[in-house]
Structures are given as structure tokens and as C-alpha cells.
Design a protein. Structure first.
Length: 71
């Protein structure tokens, strides 16, 4: 009885996959840091300062999210 095993590995090696994952995680963390920094800065403003900028306090999270993830 004959038994044949065929294992095919794509062009990407394990190390390149790990490097790509690392790069993706680094980019996501950088976006998260932009979100947190923007959120903290906007939360430190008074309601009057926000009104002068044309923002409402309830929109702070949305604005920070757009600044970090839609750019």
C-alpha cells in the first residue's frame, strides 16, 4: 500500500506572516493612541470652548474616532 503526502507552503513564510502581524498591530496601536490623545484633549476643554469650536460634548467620542480611524 502506498501513501503520499503533499504539503504545500505558499510564498509567504512563517516569519513574514509574523512580521506582517506585528506591523498590523503596531499600526492599530498607533491609531488607538491617536484616539486616546484626541479624546483626552477634547475632554479637557470646557463646554464653552467646545461650543466655540462648534462641537457638542456628546460628540467628543465620535470626533476622536473620526480623527484616529478615518484619516
Amino acid at each position: 500500500m502506498a501513501h503520499i503526502t503533499d504539503v504545500r507552503i505558499g510564498n509567504a513564510s512563517v516569519f513574514s506572516n509574523i512580521a506582517a502581524l506585528r506591523d498590523t498591530l503596531a499600526a492599530r496601536y498607533a491609531q488607538y493612541r491617536v484616539y486616546r490623545t484626541t479624546l483626552a484633549e477634547l475632554q479637557s476643554l470646557s463646554k464653552r470652548d467646545l461650543a466655540d469650536l462648534g462641537m457638542h460634548p456628546t460628540a467628543i467620542r465620535s470626533i476622536a474616532h473620526k480623527a484616529a480611524y478615518d484619516a
